[in-house]
Design a protein around this ligand. Structure first.
Ligand SMILES: NC(=O)c1ccc[n+]([C@@H]2O[C@H](COP(=O)([O-])OP(=O)(O)OC[C@H]3O[C@@H](n4cnc5c(N)ncnc54)[C@H](OP(=O)(O)O)[C@@H]3O)[C@@H](O)[C@H]2O)c1
Length: 315
């Protein structure tokens, strides 16, 4: 390439046109290699949404992030191009949010005490999805929607493997809501507006360390055998996979869990031994509090080319 530029030196007046063709090709190739700068909207700048916003700001995108909390406006505005205080059930705010966006990420979850309130769960997910789908009809610039769902939609498989072809089997109303949300969004997909659903494992990472979740159990005796499989995903990989989905225009459903394949007993042992804490004991004669156990395959996302940042649990 450089040889041809040298050969067609700018000092040679006769080859000006040829140089321009080379230059244009070079620019085209560079534009393809470089991540495109986009207008991106993140509905729900909570734990994941905030990390994603930070990443995309650093990449040079124009990020619009939402919160329901007026008191978070100032702190989010320190690093997000534009912050909007809104709820997903506000149809006008949704229409306005979607204007001129290229990519929209849905990362909403009921926060605070509402986490136990099933109505709030429905309102948060279903109203947001319905409003989003409605607003998309006018928002023709939006090319992709990425929704963060959960592997809990698979329900209890007694430790068996599931992949994206496995039928969903939600156990609780909350998981039914997540399934319904997936459906609403997938039905809105078309050749111009692609929808990608990421079914996440339990989220952990800075500020949500496994030590915080399991450390307080050290020295206790827990009901059951501890043989349930719980799937996890580090926040770095959620940000990484969303970016991968954006760059590769992924569509359809992808599981997003790490490779660790450990039972809850093994996970707690890992944490306790790493931090020198007393071990946890198990009482198999008492039934476990939760009956959900399922091993989730991440092969589809890997086959698409995504490489996990943290394939094993980080303790
Ligand atoms: N936590 C897990 O282990 C887990 C597992 C699997 C999947 N997921 C999914 O992963 C995603 C991200 O989870 P996260 O832990 O980052 O959630 P999070 O920290 O609880 O943040 C949720 C965000 O949603 C916003 N929000 C709450 N109610 C809303 C409403 N009605 N309309 C619009 N926005 C609303 C919150 O607003 P404020 O800023 O006002 O709080 C917050 O910004 C969620 O979609 C969740 O369902 C989570």
């Amino acid at each position: 390439m450089y040889n041809s530029f040298d050969r067609n030196s700018p000092f040679d007046e006769n080859i000006g046109e040829l140089d321009m063709a080379h230059l244009q090709e070079l620019l085209r190739q560079q534009a393809q290699r470089r991540p495109l700068y986009e207008n991106v909207a993140i509905l729900g700048c909570g734990y994941v949404g905030t990390a994603l916003a930070y990443h995309w700001q650093e990449q040079g995108h124009f990020v619009t992030g939402t919160t329901t909390s007026p008191e978070r406006f100032a702190s989010l505005s320190e690093f997000i191009s534009k912050v909007v205080v809104m709820k997903g059930d506000d149809a006008r705010a949704m229409e306005s949010l979607l204007q001129d966006q290229d990519t929209v990420v849905v990362s909403v979850a009921p926060t605070g005490d509402s986490i136990v309130d099933e109505d709030a769960y429905s309102t948060t997910y279903l109203s947001t999805a319905k409003n989003l789908v409605h607003a998309l009809k006018q928002a023709t610039r939006v090319k992709r929607i990425i929704y963060l769902s959960s592997y809990s939609v698979y329900g209890d498989r007694q430790g068996e493997w599931v992949d994206e072809t496995s039928p969903v089997a939600p156990l609780e109303l909350r998981d039914q809501v997540l399934c319904e949300t997936e459906k609403i969004l997938l039905q809105a997909a078309n050749s111009n507006q692609r929808v990608c659903i990421l079914r996440l494992g339990g989220i952990y990472g800075p500020g949500r360390e496994l030590l915080r979740m399991f450390g307080s159990l050290a020295g206790m005796t827990l009901s059951g055998k501890g043989d349930r499989f719980i799937n996890w995903i580090h926040r770095d990989d959620i940000v990484g996979a969303i970016e991968f989905a954006r760059l590769n225009s992924l569509e359809g459903i992808y599981n997003l869990v790490d490779d660790s394949e450990l039972t809850v007993r093994e996970q707690i042992e890992l944490v306790c031994s790493h931090y020198g804490l007393p071990p946890v004991y198990w009482n198999p004669s008492k039934p476990s509090h939760s009956r959900k156990s399922v091993r989730v395959s991440n092969q589809k996302l890997k086959a698409a080319g995504y490489q996990l940042v943290h394939p094993q649990l980080l303790v």
